[in-house]
Ligand binder design. Structure first.
Ligand SMILES: [Zn+2]
Length: 145
């Protein structure tokens, strides 16, 4: 590969700032890797955050973008951390997911594409959305610490 020391860029893409697959395999746990990179799902009631009530912001475990605030977290009784709204809508992306014989809406990190979980239309007011996320995709930066 030719060396190119130029730092100029015309596309403005942020992908060059994202960790490589090798970095992710080294940094993430096997479960974090499986969930975020292969759209896996952690077992309910097994994750780190399903019953967490600490205040703070949940960041993408892969690229550190802020995704959800504890202010919108609620107990959905499903065994996964659930939120009724994203922190900033542009930080997440919803995609149609027809895998496993179901029609669902997958939620991914808009910045790095990490799988986060699914969003269902049975959440509480004011949005009516239930973002059912995997703890393995999230990193809580708590203001209680
Ligand atoms: Zn991300």
């Amino acid at each position: 590969m030719a060396e190119n020391t130029s730092t100029s860029t015309s596309s403005g893409e942020v992908s060059e700032m994202l960790p490589t697959d090798d970095e992710l395999r080294a940094r993430l746990t096997a479960e974090q890797y499986q969930v975020t990179q292969n759209a896996g799902t952690e077992r309910p009631y097994s994750g780190k955050y399903w019953e967490t009530t600490r205040d703070g912001v949940y960041h993408c475990v892969v690229c550190d973008v802020p995704l959800f605030s504890s202010d919108t977290k609620f107990d959905a009784g499903c065994g996964w951390p659930s939120f009724y709204a994203p922190l900033q809508g542009e930080n997440i992306e919803n995609r149609v997911d027809n895998s496993h014989g179901m029609s669902r809406t997958e939620t991914v990190c808009a910045n790095c594409g990490a799988h986060l979980g699914h969003v269902f239309p049975d959440g509480p007011a004011p949005t009516g959305d239930r973002f059912c996320m995997n703890s393995a995709s999230l990193n809580l930066k708590s203001t209680d610490d």
